[in-house]
Design a binder for this molecule. Structure first.
Ligand code: JFZ
Length: 477
């Protein structure tokens, strides 16, 4: 009897420890295919991705030919979705490959433009939902080598961008409207049989891409929302392991796969799957808590919602300052920002995008150090803009988008630091007036050129350890 009591007692204690142990970590349903890890990856490849900060997206494919108009009719929805639009004959659409001939494509010009814009990586569509491949895939006829253009576009892009020192990430849509074995739902035995064929095709294509372009840094997966794919937790997980083994350091975002319970993005325990949050599409977090301690990336269009080329951008089209604001906000919240370009069917980049790339580039040339390698500084946010801190140099920046008409900028630093100097980036000779509100870590910076201001400025702050802090803390009690 006594031993039984003892046993029960021990059991209760153990259970309590177990419960406590778990609750201090997270809710933890046992998952075979949940998050790969908790928290950020710490390896060099991921560090590089994080430090890159700013990328370019390219959506290029057959959809550039209709460019938002099907047989003369305007379609307002995303141009790259044309094949799925009402009234579009899919057989006719698929025959567009016979006209795909971007003769003026100059991948080196694209790469130079991206570099001058300040981008450090590119994400390029190898295959979008329409299934047309920009590389000569062995596994489908529906690829670039059967077009009049013939030449491998992915190879050109990889070579050109890498020659300019940019990293390349391959966009790949799992969803494939062209492949006969693709199914969105697996309702019958036949569906399941066909989808097995499709899974093998997908695996083959992904391995083919890494074999042909082993220098790429990752995959940007899309088209993973159908229930047929959500059923494939084990397959998808194992496939990603095979791909990671082929290219050490390979980066895969959270949009790739589902867990044991068909949850995507975050697994059933609420933990991020993949290496970074991929859910910030045309949308940005507003505070650091929103990103739950993970790496993340925002992908953004210049017009409202057009990724592929649309010849008639209607509605609000963002200007370069709006885009820079989003880029700065992303850096300030520890995320990457990727700006989309949709080249024309001839392979050139439209004038509106070129203008934006040049304007952003001009600003980045002066101020890029506040973006690249830079991340969150945990000082209380002020209405004038964003703080960033350079992870390499520890330099602190104020990216000022909303300069008050008074030119007076409030700064609430952490009490551990003194701000000793404030100056506009690249102008360290001309110190800005710095008013210190004694002992509160609070400052006012006076910017006296407000009427001449033409674009957002970056103010660099020099700080030193506040030696008086102990004294201050002691006098408080
Ligand atoms: C997808 C594609 O359908 C689209 O054509 C484009 O390639 C874009 C980058 O990705 O669209 C999505 C995917 C996910 C969300 C929204 C649009 N989402 O998670 O909100």
């Amino acid at each position: 009897m006594r031993t039984l009591k003892l046993l029960i007692g021990v059991l209760i204690v153990c259970t309590a420890i177990n419960i406590n142990g778990q609750s201090s970590k997270r809710s933890s349903l046992p998952l075979e295919y949940g998050a790969e890890r908790l928290g950020k990856r710490t390896d060099k490849a991921m560090q590089k991705w994080r430090d890159n900060g700013f990328g370019q997206f390219i959506h290029f494919g057959l959809y550039a030919i209709p460019g938002g108009f099907w047989e003369g009719e305007f379609h307002s929805f995303a141009a790259e979705w044309m094949r799925a639009e009402k009234g579009v004959d899919t057989d006719k659409y698929d025959l567009l490959y016979k006209k795909f001939n971007p003769k003026q494509l100059d991948a080196r010009a694209w790469a130079k433009q991206a570099k001058n814009m300040g981008a450090k990586y590119v994400v390029i569509t190898t295959k979008h939902h329409d299934g047309f491949c920009l590389w000569p895939s062995k596994y489908t006829e529906h690829n670039i080598s059967n077009s009049p253009y013939k030449k491998d576009i992915i190879k050109q892009v990889v070579e050109a961008y890498e020659a300019e020192g940019l990293d390349v990430i391959l966009y790949f849509s799992i969803l494939d409207w062209h492949h006969p074995s693709y199914r969105s739902k697996l309702e019958t035995e036949d569906d399941k049989k066909e989808f097995e064929i499709f899974k093998e095709f997908t695996s083959n294509q992904l391995k083919e891409l890494l074999t042909l372009y082993p220098s790429v840094k990752g995959f940007w997966f899309d088209g993973t929302w159908d229930s047929s794919w959500k059923d494939q937790a084990e397959f998808a997980y194992k496939l990603s392991e095979e791909l990671r083994a082929m290219v050490p350091g390979l980066i895969i975002g959270s949009r790739y796969r589902a867990d044991d319970n068909r949850m995507r993005g975050y697994d059933s325990n609420g933990d991020l799957m993949g290496d970074y949050g991929q859910g910030w599409e045309r949308n940005l977090p507003s505070k650091i808590e929103d990103v739950t301690g993970n790496d993340w990336e925002c992908v953004m269009t210049i017009p409202h919602n057009q990724w592929g080329y649309h010849s008639d951008w209607r509605g609000h089209v963002k200007d370069s300052y709006e885009i820079l604001d989003m880029l700065a906000r992303s850096a300030s919240l520890d995320g990457n920002f990727v700006l989309n370009f949709g080249p024309k069917a001839d392979g050139t980049i439209r004038i509106e995008e070129t203008k934006i790339a040049e304007e952003i580039g001009a600003w980045m040339k002066v101020n890029g150090e506040a973006i690249h390698n830079s991340g969150h500084l945990n000082w209380e946010k002020q209405d004038w803009g964003y703080y960033t801190i350079n992870r390499r140099t520890n330099k602190k920046y104020m990216i000022v988008f909303n300069m008050p008409i008074s030119g007076k900028l409030r700064v609430k630093a952490s009490k551990e630091l003194n701000i000793s100097k404030a100056f506009e980036i690249g102008n360290s000779d001309k110190l800005l007036k710095l008013e210190r509100i004694y002992d509160h870590g609070e400052y006012w910076i006076h910017y006296d050129n407000v009427e001449k201001l033409k674009s957002p400025i970056v103010i660099e702050l020099e700080t030193s350890i506040n030696k008086n802090l102990r004294k201050i803390e002691n006098t408080k009690t």
